[in-house]
Design a protein. Structure first.
Length: 680
């Protein structure tokens, strides 16, 4: 989920100090795309006469860290000066660009690299059994929340009894659940261990060159290769992919690497060459340039919660009285529902059962894109939700494709979704490319728009809260280009079509559309006009998020979407999906709902509460109605499902408010006071 990288340089490389700094800085900045919330670096001097490891960590993105005066002092101490003199001694630099999951970045111990007595490690991925491992190894002391610490602690523990570092890597990985790519420096010998269980590690190397560079993505190294200092030493064929389940032991004094597997024989034993050095760990006192931070989860007092629940029960009772379609479960408050004399809605009247193209047609569509060897066949946009999770399983295990999972993390991908991503990618051995937005800025934009909405609540403008994630279409194309594949396979399906989000803006439903977001040009213009009117009547929307929102609209509605959709070919089977994910991958569910849908989206509990209070229904009503029309659910089952799934998800609601730093009680009061589409 983060970016890890490193440089192992020898005098034989012919690099000057200035060239080394240029390579290192460029590598750090390119890795920032994978995490912009914290950064850190470890520098190793693997020289027997004067061994040492210096470590610097900061709660800033890499581009800010490199400008930090405290870092400049660290660099003067541990890196050679930026002059044209040649490198005269071996030097290793290992870095990390962090996307925060476990443990906030303002507590230095949560940032990477993480050091123990005998090891210094950086890690990309999520250890989903981190708490169980700490309980199992109760003799180890936990100092932080970051899951990387348990990897470092396990390595340190094993090295205390068996000095074979590659065996320690193997033993540690056997205990990990979830995807992990790790780079570990040893403090008592000139060794770097690289290991990955999902393939998110690439090497730029040439035997005898005196230089080895690694990074989390091939594209990063392709960019690096174009630097003049590197281009003259390497060809494109020197970029190697570390396959899932593989590891590499690198001798830092000569940059020679010995490959081994995580499940086979260990690499040859390298004995300690000096007493374990004391790591010089330094921290930045700087704060990120953008001062927006998430707040704590605010729990209401008993009286407040009781009042809110009483008010909700009043809205719920009124919603139960709404007239609903006699075939599906859509209520009369649904835009363009048009109930006829028999009580049947227009969606049921106009419905044509969907015909899947079938597996054979799917395989035929995939055939031109299949590649030999370990090259990726396709990109799978991967939210961590159930449909994209099953898609990844199906493409890898059922069809034998070699996909790359791609996630655009805009700040509302839940930690639960991230853990499920880690489970799937780790177990399937699938490379995961994560494009990280400027998450504090994205959350600040959401906050501005939610606060603006609270001044004048309107159902049509609610999708503005989610505008920041729509760039994932654009980035999907970019990731495809970077990895030399034009095939992008999405996991959304027509049963998820809601219609009402655009319907509240006056856009008529495009029932025959082939995608969940199909709209005519006239309706796209109608939506823009509606938003324009809302912005003029509520100037608080005219804030710094406008460009980001416009970019989301263009990405969602304007750029070509010539993708493939898996569920156009194979049936979407909810029971099969849930059973497969939970049975084979221990896929995690949310504690505040029985549904497995939308639990990876941090915004869903908030906007669905708005829709239920304002209109008496949510996305669950439209999903169940679509299932009923397809014969996948009875109306009675649908009514029971929406009664269950439309209950407020209080925990997730409050977590959302904490992420964007708004008062949940103020938000609830604004929602409860908004105009309703039904009589209370």
């Amino acid at each position: 989920m983060c970016g890890i990288f490193g440089i192992i340089a020898q005098p034989a490389s012919g690099l000057s100090h200035k060239q080394l700094h240029g390579i290192y800085n460029r590598l750090f900045l390119l890795s920032e795309t994978r995490g912009k919330e914290a950064a850190g670096v470890a520098v190793s001097r693997p020289v027997a006469e004067d061994p040492g490891i210096g470590l610097f960590k900061s709660p800033q993105r890499a581009s800010q860290l490199l400008k930090d005066p405290a870092y400049h002092q660290f660099a003067k101490q541990w890196l050679p000066p930026k002059d044209s003199a040649p490198l005269t001694a071996p030097l290793t630099i290992v870095g990390h660009s962090r996307l925060v999951t476990n443990g906030d970045q303002y507590h230095g111990a949560n940032n990477q690299p993480v050091a123990r007595k005998q090891v210094v490690s950086v890690h990309n991925g999520i250890v989903v059994n981190v708490d169980a491992l700490w309980q199992q190894h109760s003799d180890l002391t936990r100092h932080a929340l970051v899951d990387t610490e348990v990897i470092t602690a396990l390595l340190d523990k094993q090295l205390a009894t068996d000095t074979n570092s590659s065996a320690a890597i193997q033993g540690t990985f056997r205990q990990l659940e979830g995807m992990a790519s790790v780079a570990t420096l040893l403090t008592d010998r000139p060794i770097l261990e690289l290991a990955t269980n999902n393939g998110s590690l690439y090497l730029l190397e040439q035997r005898g060159s005196g230089l080895l560079i690694f990074a989390s993505e091939r594209f990063i190294l392709e960019k690096m290769r174009r630097l003049p200092a590197i281009e003259q030493r390497f060809g494109i064929e020197q970029i190697h992919h570390m396959q899932p389940g593989n590891a590499l032991q690198v001798e830092l004094t000569c940059a020679e690497a010995i490959p081994y597997t995580l499940s086979g024989d260990a690499a040859p034993h390298s004995s300690p060459q000096w007493p374990a050095v004391l790591v010089d760990e330094q921290h930045s006192n700087a704060t990120p340039a953008l001062t927006f931070t998430s707040g704590p989860v605010i729990l209401p007092d008993t009286q407040q919660q009781q009042r809110i629940e009483r008010e909700f029960e009043g809205f719920h009772a009124a919603a139960q009285k709404l007239k609903r379609c006699t075939r599906c479960v859509l209520p009369e408050t649904m835009p363009f529902v048009d109930l006829d004399e028999q009580g049947v809605c227009r969606f049921c009247r106009d419905h044509t059962p969907y015909k899947h193209k079938g597996r054979a047609a799917f395989e035929a569509a995939l055939a031109p894109y299949r590649k030999r060897g370990d090259k990726p066949d396709c990109i799978v946009p991967f939210s961590g939700g159930r449909d994209s999770s099953y898609e990844l399983h199906y493409l890898k295990k059922e069809l034998g494709l070699n996909p790359i999972a791609y996630t655009y993390d805009w700040g509302m991908v839940t930690d639960l979704a991230r853990r499920n991503q880690s489970r799937l990618c780790g177990q399937l051995g699938v490379e995961h490319i994560l494009v990280s937005a400027d998450i504090p800025r994205k959350r600040a934009n959401i906050r501005r728009n939610v606060l603006a909405w609270m001044k004048k609540p309107d159902l049509g403008v609610v999708p503005l809260f989610m505008a920041g994630d729509k760039q994932f279409f654009w980035y999907a194309r970019q990731v495809g280009k970077q990895n030399d594949t034009s095939l992008i396979i999405f996991g959304d399906h027509l049963l998820e079509r809601t219609y009402f989000k655009s319907g509240f803006c006056g856009a008529r439903p495009h029932i025959k559309g082939a995608t969940t977001y199909a709209l005519s040009r006239a309706d796209k213009l109608r939506i823009l006009t509606y938003y324009g009117g809302q912005f003029l009547s509520n100037p608080s929307y005219l804030n710094s998020s406008l460009l980001d929102s416009l970019g989301g609209f263009l990405s969602f509605y304007v750029i070509p979407h010539d993708f493939l959709w898996i569920y156009h070919y194979i049936p979407w089977d909810e029971q099969l999906i849930d059973q497969t994910l939970q049975g084979e991958y221990d896929w995690e569910l949310s504690s505040d709902t029985k549904s497995s849908w939308r639990i990876g989206d941090g915004t869903a509990s908030f906007y669905n509460y708005i829709y239920y209070v304002g209109a008496g229904f949510t996305e669950h009503d439209t999903l169940c109605s679509n299932l009923i029309r397809e014969g996948l659910m009875t109306r009675e089952q649908g009514l029971a499902r929406i009664a269950r799934d439309n209950q407020p998800r209080w925990d997730s609601f409050r977590e959302y408010c904490a992420l964007i730093n708004i008062d949940p009680m103020a938000a609830l009061d604004a929602i409860h006071a908004m105009p309703k589409r039904y009589r209370v």
